[in-house]
Design a protein around this ligand. Structure first.
Ligand code: FES
Length: 111
């Protein structure tokens, strides 16, 4: 009998000046692990569209194939939507980055 055990990663989220530590499986979104751990990460659509759950990854890697709300070049800069982000390593990230993401995506179009 062999079960494939999902990898479990250590997540550190900074939100409003506080640090939260919790664990997240590789088949679980960072947002659902945060909610299970009682971390008040803002979220709304939970489908990678609205960007309420935007975060900036400081360390580590996420897999976010459904993050429609973030352009590829901004993903390269570390922006991630936690509701559709699966960890691929231990992570350190800052949550509550909706405004920063909006500015990065659309700021150049405003005069
Ligand atoms: S909650 Fe809407 S993009 Fe994550």
């Amino acid at each position: 009998m062999s079960n494939v055990t999902p990898a479990v990663y250590a997540i550190t989220i900074e939100l409003d000046g506080q640090q939260y530590h919790f664990q997240c499986r590789d088949n679980q979104t960072v947002l659902s692990a945060a909610e299970a751990a009682g971390v008040p990460v803002p979220s709304s659509c939970c489908a990678g569209v609205c960007t309420t759950c935007a975060a900036r990854i400081q360390e580590g890697e996420v897999h976010q194939p459904d993050a429609m709300g973030v352009k590829e070049d901004l993903r390269q800069e570390g922006f991630a939507l936690l509701c559709v982000s699966f960890p691929r390593s231990d992570l350190a990230a800052t949550a509550g980055q909706e405004d920063a993401l909006y500015e990065a995506q659309f700021g150049q179009y405003q005069s």
